[in-house]
Ligand binder design. Structure first.
Ligand code: PGA
Length: 248
């Protein structure tokens, strides 16, 4: 049995006092939850989030990291810097990184390997854009993204990775994939992992769905056998909504 993991992706939201307030509101609401709970916060909120969640069941993730340990990479943060801060999770390859900041499958692979080398645990995002879905090539695109992302990743390292299937057309649009669509692609990703590694590795892998998941649709999405959790954007900024998804 795979555990379910609900992660909130705050994106570029919340100043420090808002971050602290949101976490403090969330703590009693998700205490004793039957799912793992995580918040992916802006770099500037990491220390605040780490101290506010200390001793609770809420894990903290950064939203990106660079592949080099240090050097002339203005504006970037290395995996080692995150590790040194006490962060144990990092979100990588989000479609907004790809869409607005030119990240590619190849640079994502470099970031993944650096994060693994630093001892971090990862959520790795994959997902098709609308035209790809319309062309009927969703599974091919997502398979390819997964294969490139995981190049050079060992089966032991795979145990520190969660894959989040996020159809780009569903992110922030209010247009959720149907539970059947989510299930189909999550199952396809699991098949790719079985081919790349082994069936047992695939059976153990946690695969989340993300894209306009909310308190109203979470239960149905999470009821699918290959959907092991959610990556939640908008609805993670309200403690009550996020907690409802955790409780779904
Ligand atoms: P959304 O974002 O829930 O607001 O659609 C999901 C995500 O970007 O991870």
């Amino acid at each position: 049995m795979r555990r379910k993991v609900i992660a909130g992706n705050w994106k570029m939201n919340c100043d420090r006092s808002q971050a602290k307030a949101l976490i403090n509101e969330l703590i009693p609401l998700v205490k004793g939850a039957d799912k793992d709970v995580m918040v992916c916060v802006p770099f500037t909120n990491l220390e605040t989030a780490l101290s506010a969640t200390s001793g609770t069941n809420i894990a903290v993730a950064a939203q990106n990291c660079h592949w080099e340990e240090k050097g002339a990479f203005t504006g970037e943060v290395s995996a080692l810097m995150l590790k040194e801060l006490g962060v144990s999770w990092v979100l990588l390859g989000h479609s907004e990184r790809r869409q607005y900041f030119g990240e590619t499958d190849v640079t994502l692979n470099k970031r993944i390997r650096a994060a693994l080398n630093a001892g971090l645990k990862l959520i790795v995002c994959v997902g098709e854009v609308l035209t790809e879905r319309e062309q009927g090539i969703t599974n091919e695109i997502v398979s390819l993204q997964t294969k490139i992302a995981l190049q050079g990743v060992t089966s032991e390292e795979l145990e520190r990775i969660i894959i989040a299937y996020e159809p780009v057309w569903a992110i922030g649009t209010g247009k959720t994939a149907t539970a059947e669509q989510a299930e189909e692609v999550c199952a396809a990703i699991r098949e790719v992992i079985a081919g790349l590694y082994c069936q047992k590795c695939a059976d153990k892998l946690i695969i989340q769905y993300g894209g306009s998941m909310n308190a109203g649709n979470a239960k149905e999405l999470l009821s699918k056998p290959n959907v092991d959790g959610g990556l939640i954007g908008g609805a993670s900024l309200k403690a009550a909504d996020f907690a409802q998804i955790v409780g779904a």
